[in-house]
Design a protein around this ligand. Sequence first.
Ligand code: SF4
Length: 694
Amino acid sequence: MSAHITVAKTAGFCFGVKRALEAAYSLAESGGGCTLGRLIHNRHVTEELAERGVVAVNSADEATGTVIIRSHGVGREVYGELERRGIPYIDATCPFVAKIHKIVAEESAKGANVLIAGDPEHPEVKGIIGHCSGESRVVNNVGDIENLLNFENGFVQSSLIFVAQTTAQLSKWIEYKKIIQKHCTKLKIFDTICSATTHRQTEAERLASHSTLMVVVGDPHSSNTAKLVSICSRYCRTFFTEDALSLPVQEIKQALSVASGDHYIGITAGASTPDGIIKEVHRIMSEITRNDEMDIDFMAEVDKTFKRVYIGNRVKAVVVSVNNTEAVVDIGTKHSGYIPADELTATPGLLPKDVVKVGDEIDCVVTSINDAEGVVYLSKKRVDAAAGLEKLSDAMNSNATISGVVTQVIKGGVIVTCEGTRVFVPASHTGITRGKRTDTPETPEELQKKLEPLLKKEVSLKIIEVAESRGRVVGSIRNAQKEESDALKSKFWSEVEVGKKYVGEVKSLESYGVFVDLGGVDGMVHSSELTWNRIKHPREVVSVGDKLEVYVKSFDPEKKRVSLGAKDPNDNPWTKFLAEFAVGDVVKAQVVSTTPFGAFAQIIPGVDGLIHISQISLDRVTNVSQYLTIGQLVEARITEIDQEKSRVSLSIKELLEEEAANAEPEETIDISEVEGAVEAAEAAEAAEAAESEE
Ligand code: SF4
């Protein structure tokens, strides 16, 4: 003996219900609203919608936000009420129902009475009545028709139109029509049972006629489900259930145990039954027919693994495989779950394997279901974004700094991905240097170029706006930088003291010194404090960006000024000089500069001595350059050392004088002898002249 289970092809959501649900889920995405009455006759779906912010209300009085008019439709007075109150609405009236509204409105406007076959308490029927201009009656059984014929002859003998509720039972409708046609002469009949209902009932009837038992799945309040139960019951034992958990397992088992031969089980469902519920009922029925030993434990197990899946469901998924385009997951149902790469993460350019690995348990949301193929598509990104939005909102409220990666440069700013959520940072909040106000503003292309270096960088930022309804988050890198800089400044001023050493970064060079970033605060090193050597410009010893070891010489917290020194006392050339040289020593020095009053000559690096103009030569010097040139090596004597003023005086002249003094004495001539000789020569010359005259 074997069991064969057939699920009716027409079971489950009809076109009109799907349409209304899509409208509701879209309303939920855009912030929620309400439906006039339960959107569909299914508790699971309406509860889920309520959780997502789309609640059922009884009238326009209770409406909150946008209203959805469900597939059953409403009377004209309801549209009028919504419009009078200015309440926005989405009209999800099923086109099959709207067609009846049009028929009754047009015909009754021409004077026809309207007869409706249906449940007078059903909202669809009430809505139809609301479109009639004149008299209308509802018949729900043959007795109602007989009463009408017997007691309201005037109504039926006038011009009459006869319509059916879209979900009326086909066999009954045919029966009603036959009776009415016999008694009414000015009659127009409109076959308004919708094709979805007709096909569903016809298929259910055919299936039931070949089955050992039928299971009809649906809501206890659903009229079309009740009609399916009624149809199927005519042919075989029929069980009604709201979902898999409500299946009367023992009764079904018993019904099967008394049936002879192979078991043929049919399953159908009302128009408001989600496919997931039908699939679960099918699964459990398969288990029942396989398990003769059905017991409490089995149902407990079923209960444990039972999961309904709807669009928008948040589910736990276990990753079973990962490829380059998607992650395949198990969500604990019979469905195969897929998460496409672009639904795994908000960070562009990542492959699925960069985000998840086999065995990971992750939270996802169902984005679409293909029951025919048993496939569910999910998104991890949306769950991350929702959780991220909450975290970002908390971060904004607590003014916390968070970090993220710049993933995109867009018009007017950048996108930073934080906590799986896209955060927009306007250009003015990115911390990049913009043109001055007086400058011509950058073109969009120029701005883009300035922002591009931020791409792929990890940044810290503050959240300055979260618009949850629009999923928009705005951040500021600049604010985070300012907070960090303020904290560093405050720490610096609380700890700074004279002599304290820092390693700073050279920020800029000026002719008189350099500015050094000490971590939030800039200090200035004068050129004379930069090196022990004599320099003309700081660029001779440092460049922007260099790390420089400095110490605090003085500071002024009021004026926010810090004066720094960079010369290492251990390298002080004066210490070295004093250890090696003393007054009186003769040194070899190199002329490094000349002035009108003398020349400076380097004795050792960092110590120059002054050769005063009066000490350059034995001669009287009026122009230093005529005697000394830069670069010239000279020998001089240290004549004075002024330790306090770090000055050394040199003299070349002293050495020259000494030299002259120490030179070999020349042969001396007695001047009186010379004078005597001259006188004698002159006398001889005079005598000679006198003799010649004589
Ligand atoms: Fe429309 Fe028919 Fe579905 Fe009713 S049962 S919503 S009339 S398709």
